[in-house]
Design a protein around this ligand. Sequence first.
Ligand code: ADP
Length: 425
Amino acid sequence: MGIWGKEIKTILLFLLMISVIGGFTGLFWPLMFLLLVSIIARQVIQISRFEAWISRGGSKKYPSSVGIWEDLYYHVYRIKKNERRRKKKLGQMIDQFRQSTEALPDAAVVLGINNEIDWSNKAARKVFGLQASDKGQRIPNLIRYPEFIRYLNANNYQTSVIIPSPVDHSVTLEVRIVPYGAGLRLLLAQDISQLKKLERTRKDFVANVSHELRTPLTVLKGYLETLQDLDDGKSLLLTNSFLQMQGQTERMQHLVDDLLLLTRLETQQKKLHCVDVPALLSQICKEGDDLESITRRIELTLETSAHIMGEEQELRSAFTNILGNALKYSPIDSIVKLHWYQEANCVVLAITDKGEGIAKTDISRVTERFYRSEVKRAKKVNGTGLGLAIVKHVLMRHDAHLKIKSELGKGSCFSCHFPASRICD
Ligand code: ADP
């Protein structure tokens, strides 16, 4: 029998008693009234005891009761107990999370919707010089680098930003923002000073080696030319050896020149001015056609006269590299097309050839330094494997990007996309 059954049974028992006693004494209605009042009084007392217990938090053992009230106390007490247990577990989890993020070697700052600091770990306090009292302060007031503020406000957190630490300028930080929840963001910063140092060492090493190789190469080339002049052509072996040596020194010279150019692209400041691209392309095409014997292979279409802000020498070297490849990797009697045109948000140079094309697996790798497809190596086509790496760097320095479409056996199209913001008069 349920708890309600018991309650009803008790009331019915009282009613029966009143009916019997009331029948004998003639006091049925007064007794009935007394029963009702006592039932109401009992409920009022129970409600006030319950209210007193719950207002104390309902955490202590509940007062002893009978019937429906004991059941009510028991259920509420159980709910409260479970809630307390859950709260404790959650608290422990938060503590563990805080302890682990506090011990993280990377800086972490939780930002609110107005860029205010909600919480930061030990590493963040160290590298950003934050204090406990900075909680609630807006982060742009504390990290004032313009590139950081631009990154913070751009709301595009796919990339990261590199800034020096505000407290120690020798420390370089890579800062990334991870949005989560409703408008909240986690700012993470990693110390990449060692990485930067290594990169600098690599650049210095390549620059120094390339520079040091220049002098011995020039001397070698000089002596080689003298020896070739002295060669009377009587020994085929000797003449061939001189030719081989000349080819290899030239190749090495190209390598050194390309490496030095790459180093310059990585380290030098840009000197921007408005470049007349149509004129530059016409000149490059003329030089290309002059180099190519007998037939004219280059077809230039200038659909726009757009000039762009940039570095003429760098652009020349990028365009020459792509055009050189198009000529080099396509049949001697095929046409190479250059097309300078404007699209909605950009201005494009597309160089299309009907050459051997590039395998799908190679396309993403051809802009890597020294990457040359195995076929080219086997065929011994001249090249350094640095040309497209130079192109990529030059375009990066012009906020532009390279797109490569290619199909084996059908040809390739290399297109350079410059943002319309670069167009100048
Ligand atoms: P390389 O000095 O070998 O030409 P690049 O960096 O200029 O070096 O090019 C890298 C590789 O990309 C080349 O070795 C070649 O395999 C491939 N490649 C570049 N342009 C073309 C093209 N127009 N057609 C086919 N393959 C190309």
